[in-house]
Design a protein around this ligand. Structure first.
Ligand code: HEC
Ligand SMILES: [Cu+2]
Length: 392
């Protein structure tokens, strides 16, 4: 049976391949992305968890059940209409109520529904069983990025933000002209890293509006709701990189908060955890450290590129309603609290987002950078302690 389904599925892709061959002669030379979407893909993405495998079974199997019912019902209907038409001398029977027919059209669909519900329920129950996880990671949706916190299991304590590769965002702003990378709009700075063949529980929540955490190859999709905690799980059976997206319309940059998951071997995972822990120890900035202007500016440039340049542009000139930072009175203001407040709280209902989630040091660095870059030459230094003071 599985074979028939996969043949049917690959049959579906033939016209797709044809179109793809034709399209590849055009300017867009993007290729299939393993672990993510394929060109002209019509079917579900290849499964790398048993749940996704079963979903595919259910999907294909139920399609067949539907098709058989469809052909059966319409076959009988059309046959009856045609065979017993008036022009060959048939007369309409005049009877009311037939207990036999009514029983049949109640019991047969009932039996079909039960037969269909059994395997579907089995899969749903398995999807919801998040017990006995080897690793628990909290995924928090932000407008517009994901935050990952390793809560339980190897790597406990690791936490980071995962943001779209800013060069992809720029390509998109420029109309996506020319040759796009295969992982266009799916590549992030810090992917979620998990070990292969281990049960990973993902707890979802959100910071601002409803987002949704979805990775098709794992067969998971779970809303991330502010103030609530939901969960889902997966056990990937193949090392590789897999992709998903936020799947709940969450604002104007909704298309730019991808999910990238790296599934690695147990050894590689331990190595990664080790590296992250070292990085954390090194980067665990002393919140009371007094920084030099030059150090803050060089760190601030990175923070700016990763978080601010998408809107305010690398040249600090902004665009349209996004105010320029180059020459901005708020940035030049001798009272540094004006800008700290703007960056911490955001403005215009999040049109300028709140950056509370960044560390005191990162915020101090990016503000110092904007105050001392482009034509802004204030010489002002904002220290992490200034941010801490303004937070409370
Ligand atoms: C999603 C787009 C977006 C991003 C990302 C963004 N901003 Fe803004 N920012 C805006 C908008 C829009 C305004 C204008 C708000 C207004 O009109 O009051 C603004 C205003 C500002 C202002 C006030 C400028 C003035 O002259 O009033 C500062 C300062 C600022 N942003 C700093 C930052 C920093 C620092 C970052 C990165 C940590 C950042 N912004 C990231 C959209 C953004
Ligand atoms: Cu979202």
């Amino acid at each position: 049976m599985k074979n028939i389904f996969s043949k049917l599925a690959s049959g579906l892709r033939i016209p797709g391949l044809w179109l793809a061959a034709w399209a590849s002669t055009a300017a867009y030379a993007a290729k299939d992305l393993p672990g993510g979407p394929s060109l002209w893909e019509l079917n579900l993405q290849p499964a790398v968890t048993s749940i996704a495998e079963e979903q595919r079974w259910l999907h294909d199997g139920l399609m067949i059940v539907c098709a058989v019912v469809f052909v059966g019902v319409f076959g009988v209907m059309f046959y009856s209409i045609w065979k017993h038409r008036k022009s060959v001398g048939h007369k309409a029977a005049s009877f009311h109520e037939s207990v036999t027919v009514e029983m049949a059209w109640t019991i047969i669909p009932f039996v079909i529904l039960i037969l269909v519900a059994l395997p579907a329920t089995k899969v749903i129950v398995a999807e919801k069983d998040t017990t006995n996880a080897d690793l628990t990671v909290k995924a928090t949706g932000y407008q517009w990025k994901w935050g990952y916190d390793y809560l339980n299991g190897e790597g406990e304590g690791i936490g980071f933000l995962s943001t779209l590769n800013p060069t992809h965002r720029e390509m998109s702003s420029n109309g996506a002209k020319g040759v796009m990378p295969d992982d266009y709009l799916l590549d992030v700075d810090n992917p979620l890293v998990v070990p292969v063949n281990k049960k990973i529980r993902i707890i979802t929540t959100a910071n601002d509006v409803i987002h949704s955490f979805s990775v098709p190859a794992f067969g998971i999709k779970q809303d991330a709701i502010p103030g609530f905690v939901r969960d889902t799980w997966f056990r990937a059976n193949k090392v590789g990189t897999y992709y998903g997206e936020c799947t709940e319309l969450c604002g104007k940059e909704h298309a730019y908060m991808p999910i990238q998951v790296k599934v690695v071997s147990a050894q590689d995972y331990s190595k990664w955890v080790d590296g992250e822990k070292k990085k954390m120890a090194a980067a665990a900035d002393d919140p009371n450290k007094v920084w030099t202007l030059a150090d803050l500016v060089s760190r601030g440039e990175k923070v700016y590129t990763a978080n601010c340049a998408a809107c305010h542009q690398a040249n600090g000139k902004g665009a349209g309603p996004i105010k320029p930072l180059d020459g901005s009175p708020v940035v030049l203001d001798a009272d540094k609290n004006a800008q700290i407040k703007t960056v911490l709280e955001g403005r215009l209902n999040g049109a300028m987002p709140s950056w509370k989630a960044l560390s005191d040091t990162d915020i101090a660095a990016v503000i110092t950078y904007t105050k001392n870059h482009w034509s802004n030459k204030t010489g002002q230094v904002v220290q992490p302690t200034d941010i801490k003071a303004d937070r409370s």
